[in-house]
Ligand binder design. Structure first.
Ligand SMILES: CCCCCCCCCCCCCCCCC(=O)SCCNC(=O)CCNC(=O)[C@H](O)C(C)(C)COP(=O)(O)OP(=O)(O)OC[C@H]1O[C@@H](n2cnc3c(N)ncnc32)[C@H](O)[C@@H]1OP(=O)(O)O
Ligand SMILES: CCCCCCCC/C=C\CCCCCCCC(=O)OC[C@@H](O)COP(=O)(O)O
Length: 254
């Protein structure tokens, strides 16, 4: 009987931990990173066997392996406007960027032959970095604008030569304020140089279930709205600013 009295409060500890929302926050964050690292570890040999190295077709493997992760985190993803992605050939997708959780929404709708532009630091993220490289992700150095621009100019050519679609986060960084930061110009130069349409995608705010400051990570729904394409045919570099402004307005009003 004495032993039971000593053990029962101890049994409460995991229960209290489990119900504490701060614990849930850290647990889910840790689990997300660890699980993605593990999935990347699986994806690396699969990609090497399938394509022999860096190849955009490896994005199919990544997309397939990531799609269940939302369930493990208690998230649902609702998509509208899927028909706007049913275009032939290359295009540029632009979307707002809130957190690394955006990868989940991205993999939900990622079209074939589509990869993304990311900061070069991501390549050092262990197995995740390696699978990003194998998936053909285009890395840019944000601290060296001229290098970043050159890489994106090359990407415009590769898009056409290899029939590739590119996903760019035109805010250039993560933003959790529920609004849109001013757009950088790279995505619009890219679309104009390749003369391909832009497809805006709007992620709903994560604030209803995820708060970094308050350490909250509850269950919730991510809504993805795919908007009609914005044409760039016939545009030149002089039109880039107005194209960026127009895309920004489309994004803020959706
Ligand atoms: C199976 C397991 C799996 C595990 C996980 C797998 C994950 C798999 C994949 C998911 C990966 C997701 C990764 C997400 C990562 C997201 C990011 O990293 S976001 C950060 C990086 N991205 C960006 O920064 C893109 C947006 N930025 C830009 O486009 C910028 O414009 C820039 C090219 C970086 C330049 O930046 P900056 O100089 O600060 O800004 P601007 O004001 O835009 O430009 C200055 C000046 O230059 C002109 N200009 C810009 N680009 C070009 C160009 N390409 N060509 C010519 N000129 C250009 C621009 O017009 C400005 O001049 P102006 O006279 O003022 O107009
Ligand atoms: C050994 C190194 C360990 C590092 C572990 C980190 C690995 C991350 C693991 C899982 C997350 C999977 C998805 C990763 C892709 C998301 C990357 C991301 O969102 O990068 C941030 C970038 O957009 C903007 O960054 P800044 O806020 O401007 O800076």
């Amino acid at each position: 009987m004495d032993a039971l009295w000593m053990v029962s409060p101890l049994l409460l500890v995991p229960l209290l931990l489990w119900t504490s929302s701060t614990f849930t926050f850290y647990f889910k964050k840790f689990f997300y990173v660890a699980w993605m690292m593990f999935l990347a570890l699986l994806a690396i040999p699969m990609s090497v066997v399938k394509s022999g190295g860096r190849d955009i077709e490896n994005m199919r493997i990544i997309r397939f392996l990531v799609r269940h992760v939302k369930y493990l985190l208690g998230l649902q993803i609702e998509v509208s406007g899927q028909e706007h992605l049913q275009l032939q050939g290359p295009y540029v997708i632009i979307s707002n960027h809130q957190s690394s959780l955006d990868v989940l929404g991205m993999m939900e709708i990622l079209p074939d032959r589509c990869t993304t532009i990311a900061k070069k630091e991501l390549i050092y993220a262990g197995t995740v970095g390696l699978i990003c490289w194998l998936g053909g992700i285009v890395f840019i150095n944000r601290k060296k604008t001229s290098d970043a621009k050159n890489v994106m100019c090359d990407a415009a050519k590769t898009m056409l030569e290899d029939q590739i679609r590119l996903w760019v986060f035109p805010e250039g960084t993560r933003n959790q304020q529920g609004d849109l930061l001013p757009f950088k110009k790279g995505a619009f130069h890219l679309a104009v140089q390749a003369q391909v349409p832009i497809i805006p995608v709007v992620f709903s705010s994560y604030n209803s279930f995820y708060h970094r400051k308050e350490k909250q990570f509850n269950s919730g729904t991510i809504r993805l709205k795919i908007l009609p394409k914005i044409e760039t045919k016939g545009m030149s570099s002089d039109d880039v600013s107005s194209l960026a402004d127009k895309s920004y307005q489309v994004g803020t009003s959706s």
